[in-house]
Structure formats: structure tokens, C-alpha cells
Design a protein around this ligand. Structure first.
Ligand code: FAD
Length: 383
């Protein structure tokens, strides 16, 4: 793998850096305290092309490869993980999945709006009773003439409160040995669909996370994405790429932790010299740097495999597992460098730690990533 970025990749990273400095950094503390990112930002993300990366221009996308997508995701994560997550879900889990599995009509109906930021998408897999064991979901879609009637509930849905469309997973036809889950594209203003914002999150406080309740929601059969019964493989395919995006966001958290720790260590004086002179502070900083480097290389490897059309799912789990645990360590080490100031939100380390923590939980917990990697190595499924 050539680790040198192309001119196009360097330019898109630069664009993302400038966008974050202008549109995100000045508002990070305010959005975190208010528990809401400014919704107008979504259109700005669309205008600059970040919601259309890797999607064909024919459908309103801005093209680019998966490494470019990772570079933008890293910069957004470096700025604010709440914003990074909005893009990772609306583009990464929803638009990219429609682009891969959708019919022509579905692509034309949803992709231009999702890539421009006119629409926000959300991914409805997790339920109150099924998280890691997503294949056992209980939301049910029953065929009724040309429609399906859906009943059930979805929990912890990122973008849920804002979303215009939910990529919804529901049980349709159970046969022995077959999971019978199907995927549907459901407009969130469909009668019977209600949402409740989840408040009080430890991190990602700017994100509109919601519980969705579906009571006799009528969806036309044409809203089904991929053939009936193929929904679980659609979800797993979306998450395999999604894990790379989470990993890239974690690299961004780590880089922000490193930048902040180095800067503060060069300014803060204790025992008559800046704390950068103390060897144990240098240890904290170098531990962050090694974690960030390793996480970035694992993440770029996944992007490279996808762009070359190679299998990547195990590598994506590896990158997500390492990068998420590394982001928690990096943010925690940065907080230590800041001492007591790290504990208040005028300084960045505390928020980085709160935002990093969920990365080891969603899109498959660290334990689930280990089972994915273990299955690939041993041939034994230990789920
Ligand atoms: P559980 O599955 O109940 O797990 C509890 C514990 O048991 C964990 O430590 C887990 O690792 C462990 N465990 C479970 N099974 C095993 C096993 N077989 N072996 C070993 N250990 C095991 N979901 C969506 O569908 N869409 C979203 O947009 C979305 N966004 C989210 C945003 C946030 C802020 C959060 C917190 C969650 C989000 N989720 C979303 C849900 C997330 O993916 C789940 O929380 C996650 O998959 C874990 O499920 P759970 O919370 O039910 O935990």
C-alpha cells in the first residue's frame, strides 16, 4: 500500500480541516452543553460535498475513494464527534447502503436529498431488547396487499429525531435456518411512526439520538431494499463499512487529544519549567501518538482494501476494535496531561473522553468485534 496521499486526497483533507475550523470548532462547547448541533450545519456539509463522498455524481454524489472518505471523517471527528456521527450514519450507513443495494427508483428518490443534506438518514437496527444479538430483532412487517404493515420499536437511533428517512430492519418471513429479516426505506413522516429523543447521553451530546416506535406503519412493498429476507446481510454489509468510518472518527479523536496535550504541555509550568520537560508527561504524550499512528494505519488499510475490491470485513472489525479502545486511552491520557483543567469543559480532553467512550459500544461492542475476528481465525462462531 502506498501511504502517500494523492493530490485529490490531500485537497479534500485540507478542505475538511478548513471546514471544521470555520463551521464546527467555534461551536463545539456550545453544542455539547445545549445537547444539539445546529441543524443548518447538515446543509453546509452537503454543499461542500462531504455527504456525497464515494457516491456517483449521477445521484448527486461527490465521488472520491474510501481513503478520501476516511480523511474527511477523521477531520470531522477531530472537530466534533457528534458531527462526524451525523455524516457516518446519513452517508455511511444509509446513502452508501442505498447506493449498493437500492433499485434505480430508490436511488433517484433518496440519494440526491441525502447527499445534498436536504434529507437526513438514520439506521434502525437496534431495539430495546436486541442490541448485540441484532439478528433476533422483533419488529415485524406483515404483508397486506401491496403494502407491509410494520409494528415494533427501535432504540438508540443516531439522527433519529431529525431524520427524514429510516433504513429500517424488520422481520418478515422466518423459515428454519433463515433469519427472515428485510430492509425498508421508511419516510419518518409516515403515519404511525413516532420518536422520542434520548436525553442524558454521556457523550455525543450534540447528536439527535432517538427511540422510534412503529404502530401499524404502512409501507409499500416498493420500499423494500434488496430482496425479502436479505435484510440482515444488508445490515451486516453496511456495518462492515460503517466500522471503518467509526475507526476513522476515533483517529480524529486521538489526533485532537494529541494536539491538545502537546500544546498544553508546552504552556503549563510546574516545578519551574513547562510540564513538557517532565519525562512522565512525555510518556503520556508518546503513548497517545503511538495509539493514533497505529489506529490510522489500520483504518487506511481498510479503505485501501475496499478501494481495491478486496475482502475487508475482518480488517474493519480489527480497525474499529483497536481505534475505539485507543481513542479512549488517548483522550484519558490527554486529560491526565491537563490535570484538573482536563476535568472541565473549557478544555477539550473531557469531551474527547466522553465522546470516545461510545465508540467501543456501537456498531458492535469491542466484545462483538473480538468474536468477528475470532470467527475468521478459528472458523468457529462463538456468538
Ligand atoms: P448488549 O447487546 O445488551 O450488550 C451488553 C454487554 O454484553 C456488552 O458488554 C456486550 O459486549 C456484551 N455481550 C453481548 N453479547 C455478547 C456475546 N455473545 N459475547 C460476549 N459479550 C457479549 N443502533 C442502531 O441500530 N442505529 C444507530 O444509529 C445507533 N446509534 C447509537 C448511538 C448511541 C449513542 C448508542 C449508545 C447506541 C447506538 N446504537 C445504534 C445501538 C448500539 O449499536 C448498541 O447499543 C450496541 O450494539 C450494543 O447493544 P446493547 O446496547 O443492547 O448491549
Amino acid at each position: 500500500m502506498n501511504l502517500e496521499l494523492s493530490e485529490e486526497q490531500t485537497a479534500v483533507r485540507q478542505l475538511a480541516e478548513e471546514f471544521v475550523a470555520r463551521e464546527i470548532t467555534p461551536h463545539v462547547v456550545e453544542w455539547d452543553r445545549a445537547e444539539s448541533v445546529d441543524r443548518a450545519l447538515v446543509r453546509k456539509l452537503g454543499d461542500v460535498g462531504f455527504l456525497g463522498l464515494t457516491i456517483d455524481e449521477e445521484y448527486g454524489g461527490s465521488g472520491g475513494d474510501h481513503l478520501a472518505y476516511c480523511l474527511v471523517t477523521e477531520e470531522l471527528g477531530r472537530g466534533d464527534s457528534s458531527v462526524r456521527g451525523i455524516v457516518s450514519v446519513s452517508l455511511g450507513l444509509v446513502a452508501k447502503t442505498i447506493a449498493s443495494f437500492g433499485g434505480e427508483e430508490q436511488k433517484r428518490r433518496w440519494l440526491p436529498g441525502l447527499t445534498s443534506g436536504e434529507y437526513v438518514g438514520c439506521f434502525g437496527l437496534t431495539e430495546p431488547g436486541t442490541g448485540s444479538d441484532a439478528g433476533n430483532l422483533t419488529t415485524r412487517a406483515v404483508r397486506d396487499g401491496d403494502d407491509y404493515v410494520v409494528n415494533g420499536a427501535k432504540m438508540f437511533i443516531t439522527n433519529g429525531t431529525w431524520a427524514d428517512v429510516v433504513l429500517l430492519f424488520a422481520r418478515t418471513n422466518d423459515t428454519p435456518g433463515h433469519r427472515g429479516v428485510s430492509a425498508f426505506l421508511v419516510p419518518t413522516d409516515t403515519p404511525g411512526l413516532s420518536r422520542r429523543t434520548v436525553h442524558g447521553k454521556l457523550g455525543l451530546r450534540g447528536q439527535a439520538t432517538a427511540e422510534l416506535v412503529l404502530e401499524d406503519v404502512r409501507v409499500p412493498a416498493s420500499a423494500m431494499l434488496a430482496p425479502e429476507g436479505k435484510g440482515f446481510s444488508v445490515a451486516m454489509s453496511a456495518l462492515a463499512k460503517g466500522r471503518m468510518s467509526v475507526a476513522a472518527g476515533c483517529v480524529g479523536i486521538g489526533q485532537a487529544a494529541l494536539d491538545a496535550a502537546v500544546k498544553y504541555a508546552g504552556e503549563r509550568e510546574q516545578f519551574g519549567r513547562t510540564i513538557a520537560h517532565h519525562q512522565l508527561v512525555q510518556e503520556l504524550i508518546s503513548d497517545i501518538a503511538v495509539d493514533v499512528d497505529a489506529a490510522r494505519l489500520l483504518t487506511w488499510r481498510v479503505a485501501d482494501l475496499i478501494d481495491r475490491g478486496q475482502p475487508f470485513a475482518t480488517e474493519s472489525s480489527t480497525a474499529k476494535l483497536f481505534a475505539s479502545e485507543a481513542a479512549v486511552r488517548a483522550a484519558n491520557n490527554a486529560l491526565q496531561v491537563f490535570g484538573g483543567y482536563g476535568y472541565i469543559d473549557e478544555y477539550p480532553a473531557g469531551k474527547l473522553l466522553r465522546d470516545a467512550r461510545v465508540m467501543t459500544l456501537y456498531e458492535g461492542t469491542s466484545q462483538i468485534q473480538k468474536l468477528v475476528i475470532g470467527r475468521a481465525l478459528t472458523g468457529v462462531s462463538a456468538f
